[in-house]
Structures are given as C-alpha cells and as structure tokens.
Design a protein around this ligand. Structure first.
Ligand SMILES: [Zn+2]
Length: 243
C-alpha cells in the first residue's frame, strides 16, 4: 500500500503555510490517530515528522510524530487522551519547528542543485533536523577552495530569490524531466501514479514530498560547516541555516 491509498487528505502537500485546520477522527487506537484531513508532515525524504496538537472539547492531545503504514497514523504523546473515532478536532502544527524544517529542506535542495551544476556530482543521501542538515555526494576529488565556493554559490542562489514551485505531474511526464532522472536515490515506487515535483526555478527539480519555503530568500543564510570524507569518493557536507 502506498501513501496514495491513505484515507487522510494531506493538506500540507498543497498548502505548506497552513498551520491550523479542522478535522474529524477516523480511527484512534494503539497504532495512533487517523484524521480525515491533516497538515502534519508524516516524515520522509530526510525530513522528520511534524509535531503539534489536537484540541477537542477542552482536551489537548499532543502529537509527537507519525507512523506511515496502511494509513497515516499520528502518534500521541504517551499518556495523552485519545480522541475517539468521530470526534471533531482542531489540529495545529508547531510553527517554529515546521518553518525551520521548510527552510532547511529548501536549503538542502539549493545545495544539491549547486553541487550538481558546478561539480556534476550526484546526491546519495541526506537527512535534516530543524536548522541543521547533511547531504552525501558522490564526489571523488575535492577541488581547492571547495567549501567556500559552494557556500558562496548557495548564498548567491538565496540572494537571487528564486521561486520554489510545487506541481504534481503524471508519472510519465515527471520522468521526462532531466533533473528528475539524475536524482539517483529517492526512487519513486512503481505504483505511484502522480509525482510531486519541487522546482527551484532555474536551479533544481526533484521528485519530493517534503515541505518547502516559497522562494530561496526565505531560507536565510546557508553555512557549509563541515565536509567529511567517508571514503571511496563519498563526501558528507554538513550545513547550518541561520537568519
Ligand atoms: Zn527533498
């Protein structure tokens, strides 16, 4: 079963600025809480799940994560009450954490676009926390001044304030985009018919389900804080996002 079969309508995929919404509980049990509509990013593509709260009749159920199974299950804080199926709830995503993750995720895509454009190097993995991230590249040689050059190029892309567009394309059309083919990892499962594309216009396009800011200037400053050599051409770049 893929995410396309989940009963939850994923509000954050279309509106990444949404932080509060009304929903109805479809299921609540040991696996977690299933809502009919949710803006909680469930995690994936290196971006951790959102946290937040469900409010119902004066009761607060804190949400500490998500589990992706046959449905999208929100994980309540231990010992918080479970809203029974049928309950109307008000959902809210923790804004500070989510906004930091959006800036960080978009920052990683800028890094990915810059390193491919300037060095022809492909990404092999990545992960992020709010404000901090790492991305792994297949990069046998480190040119002189690499760190400073990459950092300057990333911040030039931030200053250029490129638009970050989201669109959903039928699978065949998505795989005709040259940028999508080059992302060696993050292979889209074969039964996925619609592919969501995150397009930093003029720099980088990726098949991606994550949440992003609307333009590169909203990322803030990108610092390349460390480059680790993991052997056999495998380099790990660590970045930090600051104001
Ligand atoms: Zn991504």
């Amino acid at each position: 079963m893929t995410e396309e079969h989940w009963r939850t309508h994923r509000l954050e995929l279309a509106d990444q600025t949404l932080r509060e919404w009304d929903a109805t509980v479809l299921d609540a049990g040991p696996d977690g809480i299933v809502l009919d509509r949710s803006a909680f990013y469930p995690g994936g593509g290196g971006q951790p799940p959102d946290q937040g709260v469900l409010l119902w009749g004066g009761v607060e159920t804190n949400i500490v994560g998500a589990r992706k199974g046959d449905d999208l299950y929100l994980i309540p804080a231990e010992s918080d009450p479970l809203p029974p199926a049928g309950t109307k709830v008000r959902g809210a995503v923790k804004d500070e954490r989510r906004t930091a993750l959006m800036r960080t995720h978009s920052g990683l895509h800028v890094l990915c676009g810059v390193v491919f454009r300037d060095y022809g190097s492909l990404v092999t993995g990545g992960n992020m926390e709010p404000g901090l991230a790492r991305m792994d590249f297949d990069l046998p040689e480190l040119p002189e001044g690499f760190r400073d050059a990459v950092q300057a190029a990333c911040n030039a892309e931030v200053a250029a304030d490129r638009r970050i567009d989201i669109r959903v394309l039928p699978r065949d059309e998505a795989f005709e985009l040259p940028d999508i083919i080059r992302t060696a990892t993050n292979l889209v499962p074969p039964d996925v018919t619609q592919v969501r594309i995150v397009d930093i216009v003029g720099l980088d396009q990726q098949a991606d389900g994550g949440t992003h800011v609307a333009s590169t200037r909203q990322i803030g400053r990108i610092e390349v804080v460390k480059i680790e050599n993991k052997g056999r051409g495998f380099r790990r770049l660590r970045i930090k996002i600051t104001d």
